[in-house]
Design a protein around this ligand. Structure first.
Ligand SMILES: C[S@@+](CC[C@H](N)C(=O)[O-])C[C@H]1O[C@@H](n2cnc3c(N)ncnc32)[C@H](O)[C@@H]1O
Length: 509
């Protein structure tokens, strides 16, 4: 780009910000604190953001967003044109009737209205393109290596959903969506739907009902859309969604019946960015939904460990060290299959995965991390421990080895086999942690390019795998020293019920 072209892009960016600010200030009931300002943070790879221009005290209302200015299925006029789709009673069972699909339709409708949409100045601020992996090339996605994020990108399923649930609604109502008669091609509509879907993913709020004056974030993290399929009100909240975010933050969105407010959680010094919170997301998930990663989110990193990596090590350890025979394996498999049927445990399949994560304290009410405890591995996932225990107990029923009746022995087998599975899991990534750290050593503190972000994600996962292996090694050492110190005591407890192991905090991914 020539300097003149750069200037004109910058002018356009500033002009759009200005016209949005004017539009926002003119909304009946909207407020915007005099000591904050919307700024251009593209130099930091963060688009627009809001900064404090003077020191701000805790509990200060930073801005107020009147509910009617939020784009939802009730505030947009699309609902009046398509009552059959938007009225709950009439649309029951309709595949386009979920909060996610309906908001995509609403957003597309408002985009297609152009300048006549009441939200036109706001819509121009939403990105036309996204840096989320959904839009990466195959070679960029390959840089995520064995991260489980890869299987969650879902471009094909999004495309399928758009073609089967969004396009038919739009093309069968041309007078609503294309009143001027100018109908974009199907491919253009699919492109717009992708754009709206990604905007919802990175910008939409999961709105508390206007009837519940709530600060409660139960179920949804800080009001951000979590469960995309649930029948809940999702909305695009102008200004609230201009706040960037981090795992340490200084502002909070409060949902009141008639308006939403952004409030400071602590003193925000002049020059500091006002930051919201998107939840305790691992960097992989932050990248998938929002297209960026930050060092502070690393504490929430996760790795998925499939049962398929654990079971072979259990089987070979039990065959080699405890003499379990082929015939006995046949009996074990039959017993396990029967138990599965009796328990109706659908999840307990070969492709079941377990989420390895650190035990991490929640941020304090100021939005800062508590100084202690530091995030650390304190246990293996409870569901993994349970599954291994069940497996070992079943084997001990058919095996003649007396050692398998001994709880410390079973714990040792469990730890050793999971450690081997973790090593296998780490080997699924084609590069080592050391390779990745070498690459990252020449990258600025906050990675920006797709490759940098991908390496950051996969390195974080490898670090977690190493930490878990180190934790297991320490547990095994404790077990060995306590068994040599207390052989007699351990023997006297043989056959006792298994004590509860500490459980890692469970988190959905
Ligand atoms: C709700 S919007 C925030 C406003 C956005 N910066 C804009 O200009 O429209 C969320 C998007 O902002 C960007 N973002 C938010 N927090 C960020 C951060 N800490 N670092 C970099 N980008 C960030 C990401 O692109 C994300 O998808």
């Amino acid at each position: 780009m020539t300097e003149m072209e750069i200037d004109s892009v910058q002018d356009e960016f500033a002009r759009q910000t200005q016209s949005f600010m004017q539009w926002f200030r003119d909304l009946p009931g909207a407020t915007f604190h005099k000591d904050i300002q919307m700024v251009d943070l593209r130099g930091h790879g963060a688009g627009r953001g809001i900064i404090a221009t003077a020191d701000i005290e805790p509990d200060t209302v930073l801005f107020t967003i009147p509910r009617p200015s939020i784009i939802t299925t009730t505030t947009s006029s699309l609902a009046t044109h398509l009552p059959s789709i938007f009225s709950e009673s009439e649309s029951e069972g309709d595949p386009s009737n979920d909060a996610w699909t309906r908001l995509i339709l609403v957003l597309m409708y408002e985009y297609l209205r152009g300048p006549s949409s009441p939200w036109a100045p706001y819509l121009t601020l939403l990105p036309a393109s996204f840096s989320t992996p959904m839009f990466w090339s195959d070679s960029e996605i390959a840089e995520l290596q064995a991260s489980s994020v890869v299987s969650k990108i879902g471009r094909d399923s999004a495309e399928g959903m758009i073609r089967s649930r969004i396009l038919p609604v739009i093309t069968s109502h041309p007078s609503v969506f294309f009143p001027s008669g100018d109908r974009p091609s199907d491919d253009d509509l699919v492109g717009l739907a992708h754009r709206c879907g990604s905007a919802i993913m990175a910008y939409a709020f999961d709105l508390d009902s206007p009837d519940s004056d709530s600060d409660s974030d139960e179920g949804a993290e800080d009001g951000w859309a979590e469960d995309r399929d649930a029948q809940r009100e999702l909305g695009m909240v102008p200004m609230a969604d201009m706040l960037n975010a981090d795992a340490e933050f200084n502002a909070h969105i409060h949902h009141a019946p008639d308006f939403l407010t952004a409030t400071s959680l602590r003193r925000i010094p002049a020059g500091e960015e006002v930051l919201n919170y998107y939840g305790p997301l691992p960097n992989g998930e932050l990248l998938r939904r929002y297209g960026y990663v930050t060092p502070r989110h690393s504490r929430y990193d996760v790795v998925e460990l499939p049962w398929g990596l654990v079971e072979p090590h259990l089987r070979s350890a039990l065959s080699a060290n405890y003499g379990v025979t082929e015939t006995q394996w046949g009996q074990v498999d039959a017993l396990l299959a029967r138990q599965r049927e009796e328990d109706e445990e659908e999840e307990e399949e070969d492709d079941e995965t377990f989420v390895i994560e650190r035990t991490t304290p929640d941020p304090e009410s100021t939005g800062l991390f508590p100084p202690t405890p530091q995030p650390a591995i304190t246990a293996l996932p409870e569901d993994l421990t349970e599954r291994v225990k069940k497996f070992l107990k079943t084997v001990s029923k058919v095996s003649s080895s007396p050692e398998l009746k001994d709880k410390p022995t079973r714990t040792k087998i469990q730890l050793e086999t999971v450690r081997l599975a973790l090593i296998d899991r780490e080997r699924q990534y084609p590069t080592t942690l050391e390779d990745d750290e070498f690459f990252l050593s020449s990258v600025p503190n906050t990675p920006r390019t797709n490759k940098e972000m991908a390496v950051y994600v996969r390195a974080g996962e490898k670090r977690l795998l190493r930490e878990t292996q180190a934790w297991i090694a320490a547990e095994l050492a404790k077990l060995t020293s306590s068994s040599s110190d207390n052989t007699s005591r351990v023997r006297s407890r043989e056959g006792e019920g298994e004590a509860d192991t500490p459980s890692a905090k469970r988190r959905r991914t």
